[in-house]
Design a protein around this ligand. Structure first.
Ligand code: SAH
Length: 378
């Protein structure tokens, strides 16, 4: 009998031990989230701890705080951006991206300046006041062409913001686009660790050059967006911590975070995709780090899970970016597999999003939705 009791104790001991450990880790995570909320940042090792001990419970604790901060700064409004995918030609060869130069399977397309303007014509009556022109790095769009496209959109829709997301350019080009009227620029840093960067990109594409573009954009006066994929191949928790610290240093006005999703015709075809849960957790952390940042619930998040975009909003995101590209090109702008919203009309997409947002208790705001530096109601 005595023997049996002992063995029961022995069998339970590891469980009791790990249970205690789990509780201690939980308490430490909660303290770190409180510290993050109070100070806006953490030490690198603290971020690593938080990310490594992420559970449903720590997530819920973080998301509630993140939601409160979003509501305090944005009063329950969600901002709208119309995404126009202007070209899938690209001179770069990023290993993760479906429209990389080496992918011979892609049916390439580019939109003419008139076609781009027609997308804005469609978006304006639907309530869009920001147009995001995104594409691969395509020499067809010379500086002159970009300038004339920006000018024509601003001339026709002076109450709208124009965001560019067309990759790495010289300081001078960025300056000229800005002078032509471009308001914002999105350029994800992808990873803040140069070794990790070199495992995601071929030689010739460097973190250094990516960062100098971001600092140039800041210097010129753009509202700048950066970001990265969660769960990209070879990414460690330390890499993610460095991404967060880089963002704290750059202080972007916009932060785009989505899960990595593999594309079947890339060198990363067999790599596992990132998870919705870890992406949401990173969104929550960033909301506490930069309370007034504009953070989209991205299409990639909606692709990895049907509830992804709603869950993104509940984790602290406050922007949605419905697709305004002509329907016939949407499938061709395939950065990753199974991208959502490629079959619907723009009007359909916005209607669905609006309903989804309202169901969550938020409202869509129809204005430019600029970054508000004075928005410091904390
Ligand atoms: N050429 C522009 C636009 C790139 S596409 C630029 O360089 O900024 C926009 C973003 O999509 C990229 O920055 C990248 O983070 C993301 N992306 C690319 N491939 C992806 C994939 N397989 N899964 C998830 N996101 C991806």
């Amino acid at each position: 009998m005595r023997r049996r009791e002992n063995s029961v104790i022995l069998l339970c001991y590891p469980y009791a031990f790990s249970h205690k450990d789990f509780f201690m880790d939980y308490m430490k995570s909660i303290k770190l989230i409180d510290k993050l909320e109070a100070s806006g940042t953490l030490e690198k090792e603290e971020f690593v701890f938080l990310l490594s001990h992420h559970t449903r419970e720590t997530g819920e604790y973080l998301f509630e705080k993140a939601r409160n901060v979003t509501n305090r700064y944005f009063n329950g409004y969600i901002y709208l951006r119309g995404l126009i995918e202007i070209t899938n030609y690209c001179k770069n060869d990023c290993y993760y991206c479906g429209i990389r130069r080496s992918n011979r399977q892609v049916a390439r397309y580019r939109l003419s300046p008139e076609e781009i303007l027609a997308c804005c014509d469609m978006g304006y009556p639907l309530g869009f006041r920001t147009f995001v022109l995104q594409g691969g790095e395509d020499a067809y769009y010379s500086d002159e062409t970009v300038i004339s496209i920006v000018k024509s959109i601003k001339a026709k829709y002076p109450d709208c913001a124009v965001t560019l997301s067309i990759g790495e350019k010289s300081y001078e080009s960025y300056l000229n686009f800005f002078k032509a009227g471009a308001d914002r620029y999105l350029l994800r840093h992808e990873t803040a660790d140069s070794l990790h960067y070199s495992r995601l990109h071929p030689l010739g594409q460097t973190l250094e050059s990516r960062k100098s573009c971001l600092y140039a954009l800041k210097d010129i006066g753009y509202q700048v967006g950066t970001g990265f994929m969660v769960g990209s191949p070879f990414q460690t928790k330390e890499n993610l911590a460095e991404d967060l610290l880089f963002i704290k240093e750059l202080r972007p006005e916009m932060i785009g975070i989505g899960p990595f999703i593999s594309h079947h015709d890339t060198p990363f075809a067999d790599q596992p995709s990132g998870s919705m849960e870890s992406t949401l957790f990173v969104i929550g952390i960033l909301r506490l780090m930069i309370p007034n940042a504009l953070i989209p619930a991205t299409t990639a998040l909606g692709t990895i899970d049907p509830d992804g975009r709603a869950r993104g909003i509940l984790a602290g995101a406050n922007v949605v970016m419905p697709n305004l590209s002509p329907q016939e090109v949407r499938k061709k702008y395939a950065l990753y597999d199974n991208k959502i919203c490629t079959d619907e009309e723009a009007a359909e997409g916005i209607l669905q999003l609006r309903e989804g947002v309202e169901k969550l208790g938020y409202k869509i705001k129809t204005d430019r939705g600029d970054f508000n530096p004075l928005n410091s109601k904390m």
